[in-house]
Design a protein around this ligand. Structure first.
Ligand SMILES: *[C@@H]1O[C@H](CO)[C@@H](O)[C@H](O)[C@H]1NC(C)=O
Ligand SMILES: *[C@@H]1O[C@H](CO)[C@@H](O)[C@H](O)[C@H]1NC(C)=O
Ligand SMILES: *[C@@H]1O[C@H](CO)[C@@H](O)[C@H](O)[C@H]1NC(C)=O
Length: 308
């Protein structure tokens, strides 16, 4: 019996032993797209198969001269699999090249896409698309289906364009967010996805830059107008006081006299409106300034800063 087995094993080894080398496998796995690639020095046909790691009953996926095989449609995200590939040419076969593969451990998280930054008054609105599975559903759903407590979040990094190394960061759990930032400043932003539970982090998106708008633009137009009004008001007041009463008191109807008396009260609402405008403008500027540093120390649950 042991003799028979040895002979059989020997036969198997003989038939499989070959001059053809095994392909060198490399897994290219992002989100739920799993493409196994290999290099091979000569033209050959390749057989690519997979099995559950516990059963080792193999099923074929690819056969042909192409040096890659897309396993995406065959493997569940939470499974543990064994993939194998062999080459055959001129009636000879190579040994199987074998690779264990566990998507929820080995597959990378894709980078968010379509990052759009839109400037507003002392703010920037950021939107982007989260990484998507091959099925078209968001990766956050795939992750939470496989592990209900697993969530996906995003790391938003931003900096003033003239301060290249001073990144500030915020952790988001939505793909739309508004940042309060100082007005009239050019900001650059980038974002990546991560899952603490699965220990996965995507790459950062390329940076997008925009310049914040601000109410002070309006202020620059309003200020000369207000100054003009104050000067006119002052002149009117002086003229009223010095000339009006001296030269025209008896010649004017009483209604005009009333006007000249109420001129001083008229100036008060004008000053009031000036003060109100200043009160409206100042807090937004202060708030924007105080918001900036307040965001800086928030490290979020993810560590590792903002460098790619
Ligand atoms: C195939 O060859 C290229 C360049 O020679 C190399 O960069 C790549 O890593 C190789 N891939 C595998 C699967 O060995
Ligand atoms: C690959 O297989 C096809 C079909 O079985 C065969 O016609 C072809 O000659 C094979 N190519 C090589 C390089 O063995
Ligand atoms: C999103 O984050 C906020 C605060 O950061 C938290 O209150 C909320 O529960 C989170 N939502 C989800 C779906 O995780």
């Amino acid at each position: 019996m042991p003799m028979k087995l040895l002979v059989m094993l020997g036969l198997i080894r003989l038939s499989a032993a070959a001059d053809l080398p095994k392909p060198e496998l490399m897994m290219d796995a992002v989100n739920t797209r799993y493409v196994l690639r290999w290099n091979y020095s000569t033209t050959a046909n390749f057989t690519a198969q997979w099995a559950f790691s516990h059963s080792l009953s193999y099923r074929g996926v690819c056969f042909g001269v192409e040096a890659h095989c897309d396993y995406s449609a065959h493997l569940d995200y939470s499974g543990l699999f064994v993939l194998r590939v062999r080459a055959e040419a001129e009636g000879q076969m190579s040994d199987w090249a074998i690779r264990e593969f566990c998507p929820d451990v080995d597959a990378a998280l894709g980078t968010p896409s379509e990052l759009v930054v839109e400037a507003g008054d002392s703010m920037v609105t950021v939107s982007f698309k989260e990484p998507m599975a091959e099925s078209g559903e968001p990766m956050s759903s795939v992750l939470s289906q496989n592990s209900p407590e697993a969530t996906m979040a995003f790391r938003l990094c931003f900096r003033a364009e003239d301060a290249p190394s001073q990144w500030q960061a915020k952790t988001l759990n939505t793909t739309l967010h508004t940042l309060s930032l100082p007005a009239h400043t050019r900001y650059c932003l980038k974002v990546r996805a991560f899952s603490e539970h699965f220990g996965k982090r995507s790459r950062y998106t390329p940076e997008q830059c925009t310049t914040t708008l601000g109410s002070s633009m309006l202020w620059r137009v309003l200020l000369p107008l207000l100054l003009l009004l104050v000067v006119l008001g002052g002149l009117g007041f002086l003229w009223t006081r010095r000339r009006w009463r001296q030269f025209l008191p008896s010649a004017l109807p009483s209604s005009m006299m009333m006007d000249s008396k109420s001129h001083q009260p008229l100036l008060v609402p004008r000053e009031n409106s000036c003060a109100v405008t200043a009160v409206v403008a100042m807090p937004t500027a202060e708030q924007a300034v105080s918001d900036g540093p307040a965001l800086a120390p928030s490290p979020g649950p993810e560590t590792g800063g903002c460098h790619c």
